[in-house]
Design a binder for this molecule. Sequence first.
Ligand SMILES: NC(=O)C1=CN([C@@H]2O[C@H](COP(=O)(O)OP(=O)(O)OC[C@H]3O[C@@H](n4cnc5c(N)ncnc54)[C@H](O)[C@@H]3O)[C@@H](O)[C@H]2O)[C@@H](O)CC1
Ligand SMILES: [K+]
Length: 529
Amino acid sequence: MKVVSPSTMRELDRKAIEDMNVPGIVLMENAGREVALAVKRLWDEDPLKKKRKVVLFCGKGNNGGDGFVAARHLANMGFEPIIFLVAEPEAIKGDAAINYHIILNMDISVIIIESGEDLDKAREHCGDAAAIVDALFGTGLRGEVQGTGRQAIELINSLDVPVVAVDIPSGISGETGKVLGAAVRARETVTMALPKMGMVLYPGAAYAGKIIVADIGMPSSILKSVKAEAELLEKDQVAGLFKPYPPDAHKGTFGRVFILAGSAGMTGAAALCSLAAARSGAGLVTLGTPESLNDIMEAKITEVMTLALPETPQRSFSIKALGKALEFSSQCDAAAIGPGLSRQDETRDFIRQFVAACPVPMVIDADGLNALAEKPEILAGLKVPAIITPHPGEMARLLSTDAGAVQEDRVGAVREATKRFKCTALLKGARTMIAAPEGSLWINPTGNPGMATGGSGDVLTGIIAAFLARGMEPWEAAAAGAYIHGLAGDLAAAAKGEISLIASDLLDFLPEAFSKFEARSSNTQPIDG
Ligand SMILES: NC(=O)C1=CN([C@@H]2O[C@H](COP(=O)(O)OP(=O)(O)OC[C@H]3O[C@@H](n4cnc5c(N)ncnc54)[C@H](O)[C@@H]3O)[C@@H](O)[C@H]2O)[C@@H](O)CC1
Ligand SMILES: [K+]
């Protein structure tokens, strides 16, 4: 699903109104009605709370205008709306003013909030409300919220009443998801036409609650043609990336994966990564391993073959492994390099030379990225497609900045990485995002904090390698990988809780995650009906 910034949304509104002659007041009518319906649904869900009072906090802009429309429909549905207008009535203009006057004509209560004392009075009204509608600020918010607007937000958050936010929780930047001083914590957000970046990115996503995308009558041609800032990955779209298995599938059909991972003390990373590839549909998985670790790996992993390679005295890959590793990779469909390789100098040289010469698409993670941080030009010069999968710390090393700066602007960081290194970049963290060199940006909605555990990234690398080997484009492999990895994590967390989630749980829940997608071999017919 497309996700847009406030400025893109304004341009869509402008096109609908000016180019297609859809009156703005029609859009506002649909918006407000959808908000009223959302309140009604919340009310229907909770039969114990048959209170009919709905408090609407409205600002002076069009977001407030949506609130006035919602109040009218709520009154018509039999609710008792009360409006707290956090603005001077004279400041309301245009379509919002038209709807404000209808409200006055309908004798719906409007209480004007000009000071903190007025808000104290408002508090008394709110306690027995069935719901609160937050129509203070929408995408027109500029800079930090101050004064009574901010006090109103704090009041809303202090109440134990479910909140439906109009378009975006007031106080959240529609562009970045940052809290501009203070922001409303909503149960649901009814967002108009398309979700906004600020409610998909954290912390805004946490404030928005459940997101309902409302059809406000924006012409579909406008929505189709818009160049969105990002796409939020959806289940159907990910499902579409899995082509059905032909009934005569054999091991070679779904690709051979070569994984270079592990060193003394980090054999687990190698096991998790290679087993994840095997669990993700790769036909054959071979793990290249420092030779003295070979027996350990053979015992640890049953479904994966091993290739013992020359090692350093510290039992990590030595530069002498290069020839054999490159030769083997040429017989494979995709490679993965990085998990648990160590930061030994010689191993670092091996990684750099392997990546520079690898003849097949590859995913580079962890120590693979650390080895390239001082030589990022290797990435930019690759002749084969590559995916890098850094966490914020690794991304910071690649971009010569710090992890705080990466987290401060995750979208900017992942876009910069794909531009600078000319490969697909996947930035891990809450809302993993994937940027492709041609400019697209994908945001993954699956996953949970329990997945921030050692080895989780190794599993992701293995999944992506398997998808590359089955012929997905790099962005597809990265996007589908992030989605399935997060889904396995969500299923694992639902079964075991987030606290004790470990990376091997992700492997255990991959089959269930895949079962939600698998396009089964379409031509296989049951023999006896
Ligand atoms: N035709 C349209 O453009 C449509 C707009 N819609 C609604 O309109 C909203 C956007 O409306 P607007 O652009 O009027 O703006 P908003 O209603 O989002 O609010 C901004 C208002 O608050 C003021 N303001 C901005 N920053 C402030 C700050 N830091 N502290 C205090 N006051 C501040 C602004 O002067 C403006 O009046 C959307 O979020 C959506 O809810 C919908 O009605 C659908 C159609
Ligand atoms: K709002």
